[in-house]
Design a protein around this ligand. Sequence first.
Ligand SMILES: [Zn+2]
Length: 246
Amino acid sequence: MDLKRTLNKWGELLGNPDWYSAVVSDIEDIRKEYNDKGEAEQNGVKNGIYDFFERHIRANDIALDEYPPDADAERKPIDTIVIHHTSNPPGMSRERLSAIELVRLYAPEFAAPKRAEDAGMKGRPIYSGHFREGRQVFWPYHWFVRGDGTVERLLEDDEIGWQAGSWDVNCRSAAICFDGNFENARPLDVELAAAARIIKEHYPQVAHERILGHREVNPKTTCPSNLFLSSAHHRGWKNDLLLLLK
Ligand SMILES: [Zn+2]
């Protein structure tokens, strides 16, 4: 597979309402081809794809459904918090987050909807229904915690984020994402304090047992960290977060 040629082909398709059908199947092929390659090569092709979509998100030339149905009709009162990390280098822009999730979450779901009630999405232009300054964003999270402890609001609380790997949990949760790769690391104290502040200020109603790592909702992922949960040998940083809420 020649990535440059593939991206050129996608560039020609992006104006079509169902541009994502070809993209999703091409990415499936690329994934198979790179399955047994080294991490550097895998990251190279992944970043090439994300760069391409970030560029086109910024250029606003991807065909989307401009008059989408209400995507948040099933929103429920928030009784759960889900913690994530980006698993990418820190400093991710909002446009890149949007690009990544458009490709990673929305495109495959529209190409092959998992829920029977979403069958009508197949083949129609993609939408999130979440508009910012007239453009749709594909953020899965409600909050970003930056490395210096500043927090950024992404989705509003009445918007459903596609983040937990469970539609029920998506409908009733707010998602907080640490901006960085914490696969084998603990966020700094200032980052944990910022997350605790978000929970205290915005979600005092959530019981502490309902503050969950993504991996506790969806066992297929290690997000937000291999060090999130406690083990016999070490105290996980979930514990540190909960202590800050006391
Ligand atoms: Zn996650």
